[in-house]
Design a protein around this ligand. Structure first.
Ligand code: FES
Length: 180
């Protein structure tokens, strides 16, 4: 399990290394073919084992995150760097007390990508009060769980969402006060 924990924490870096090896000019062609073959098999094995360990919900979002990216004209932004050193950002565009658009960005592990994605999926289109109810447990439940050592990734995504909502409330209050 420890092997997987370390592997999972840096799955993105592993994939970058594999891609680098796969595209490297080795010069000796038979050796390159053997290396390509080895990389393909290793990649396949990593995908299979990741799916088994993390489940379909997490795996599909790690591979294909929804709403990932930064927003230049957000109504508010939440940003937290967790104790693990990874940063999560959540961008909200708010209209009529509803989240009209939401994006997330993280430099973290595969699980943090899946959690940011799920946080955005759950909060998008919701009223502010409803979005304020989304916590780490809500995200974990929707993802059908995470290994114990990565539960904090869901907490990071939920807390970042709450910071973004709080930022918006402060902004709105300031605006209302300035009109009085
Ligand atoms: Fe830091 Fe997942 S290990 S957010």
């Amino acid at each position: 399990m420890l092997f997987w924990k370390n592997f999972a924490l840096d799955m993105n870096s592993v994939m970058k290394i594999l891609n680098f090896i796969a595209t490297a000019e080795v010069g000796i062609f038979p050796m390159k073919d053997a290396m390509d073959d080895f990389v393909d098999k290793l990649q396949e094995q990593i995908f299979e084992e990741s799916k088994e360990t993390y489940g379909e919900e997490v795996f599909s979002r790690w591979q294909n995150p929804r709403f990932m990216g930064k927003m230049t004209d957000a109504s508010s932004v939440g940003r937290i760097t967790g104790p693990c050193g990874d940063t999560m950002e959540i961008y909200l565009r708010i209209r009529n007390d509803h989240i009209e658009e939401i994006n997330f960005f993280t430099d973290g592990c595969g699980s943090s990508v899946a959690c940011g994605s799920m946080a955005a999926e759950l909060a998008g289109g919701k009223g502010l009060d409803e979005a304020a109810q989304i916590g780490g447990e809500t995200i974990l439940e929707a993802l059908k769980g995470l290994p114990e050592e990565e539960v904090h990734c869901a907490k990071l995504a939920a807390e970042t969402l709450q910071v973004a909502l709080h930022e918006w409330m402060l902004k709105k209050l300031k605006l209302e006060n300035s009109k009085e």
